[in-house]
Design a protein around this ligand. Structure first.
Ligand SMILES: [Zn+2]
Length: 399
């Protein structure tokens, strides 16, 4: 609680901290002392603070800040667009990243090994002390059970239940705690803690790329549903198309409001059924189409198809905000079309209803932020592992 509060409000005083967390000042001070000793937070002197802000002249006070390079988190983004491994600092800023090429996405274990080796190399090159890394975040298109570090299923990659193999393979190479999460949920968590949804208790994030999915936050908590099944927006019933969804149907939203639907409309698909061996082709073709002015009317048409699902979502959940994320979701033409369709056909008025906004965090950044959320700014912070860091207590930086 204290650490999260310091991160959200840099420069906060011990007294304010105690009041906002509902602790006595003495209790807060004791916890602050431990976090200072572990090199996780630091205290700026009154003069530093006076330089930053010229008000508060009468009452000299010291402010608390996160030590940016006190702790780190690392991430693996499993994607047919841009596979990425990355490192972020304790404030969620990206420190280093690399893009492993030709990841064998057809096999869970092979893919895990390639990602883990790329991440291990990145940590080595960046010279970050592995003992200051809180954990690994993994974001992918699929249903997961984070508590068991398990992939339940990924229709997108064509993976069945992996029994935890993916994460075990990574931990053979990098022995750190892992949090594995669906990409929409990972993005929702990242937006909630570090992005545009910081003060928003109820919102829905819609991730639109080759397919579409959703992450739902209600009362500051991620809604997972039974066995992590929530957010299957892509299988909402829509108009029938001459295409076949991964679920076998011909009328899923995945076939019209998405990159896959768009490519079909553009005549880029030689086949009708979604094919997991063509993920890279879908990804590259969608990115090309989004750069092609001649494709704009079809991009807008895909956006129109998404609007009814947003209307239903808003009526069911009453979110304060709906965030469109992903390569397609943040495209200006697509976004404007979704918004325009809501206004024209669903009486959408941002004043009296939810705010419709574009995501502020990219898919490739979400994985490391997920790890930071899970293992730094939560009760899963392994304080004892970081407490014994005498050089940190004197403000010596790593790397
Ligand atoms: Zn479907």
């Amino acid at each position: 609680m204290i650490l999260s509060r310091v991160q959200a409000e840099p420069g906060i005083s011990r007294a304010e901290l105690a009041r906002m967390c509902g602790f006595s000042e003495m209790a807060a001070t004791r916890i602050v002392r431990e976090l200072l000793a572990a090199g996780i937070i630091q205290e700026s002197s009154a003069t530093d603070k006076a330089k930053e802000k010229k008000k508060h002249v009468g009452r000299p006070k010291t402010g608390l800040h996160i030590v940016k390079d006190g702790l780190f988190a690392v991430g693996i983004t499993v994607s047919a667009y841009h596979s990425e491994v990355s490192i972020c600092d304790a404030d969620g800023k990206l420190c280093a990243s690399s893009r492993p090429e030709n990841v064998p996405l057809g096999d869970v274990v092979d893919a895990a090994r390639v990602y883990a080796e790329a991440l291990r190399d990145l940590i080595e090159v960046s010279e970050i002390d592995v003992n200051r890394i809180v954990g690994i975040g993994v974001a992918l298109s699929g249903r997961t059970l984070p508590d068991r570090a398990e992939i339940v299923t990924s229709d997108y990659f064509g993976w069945a239940n992996d029994g935890g193999q993916f994460c075990r393979e990574i931990q053979k190479i990098i022995d750190l705690p892992i949090e594995i999460e669906n990409i929409s949920n990972a993005l929702a968590i990242a937006e909630m803690r570090f992005g545009g949804a910081r003060d928003v208790a109820d919102f829905t994030l819609i991730h639109a790329a080759t397919f579409v999915g959703a992450g739902v936050v209600s009362d500051n908590r991620l809604v997972r549903g039974d066995s992590g099944i929530s957010g299957l927006l892509g299988h909402f019933r829509a108009e029938e198309r001459p295409l076949t969804c991964v679920c076998g149907r011909h009328d899923c939203l995945n076939l019209s409001a998405t990159g896959f639907g768009l490519l079909s409309q553009l005549g880029k698909l030689e086949h009708r059924a979604f094919d997991t061996s063509k993920l890279s082709f879908y990804a590259a073709s969608l990115l090309d189409a989004l750069d092609d002015p001649d494709a704009a009317e079809f991009v807008a048409e895909a956006g129109e198809k998404l609007a009814p699902a947003l209307d239903s979502t808003a009526k069911l959940l009453g979110p304060k905000m709906i965030i469109l994320s992903g390569y397609l979701g943040t495209n200006e033409t697509y976004f404007a079309s979704v918004k325009g369709t809501l206004e024209r056909h669903f009486d959408y008025d941002p004043q009296g209803s939810f705010q419709l906004v574009k995501g502020t965090i990219s898919s490739v950044d979400a994985a490391a932020l997920l790890a930071l959320h899970a293992f730094c700014y939560s009760d899963r912070l392994d304080y004892d592992r970081f407490a014994d860091a005498p050089e940190q207590a004197h403000g010596v930086t790593h790397g």
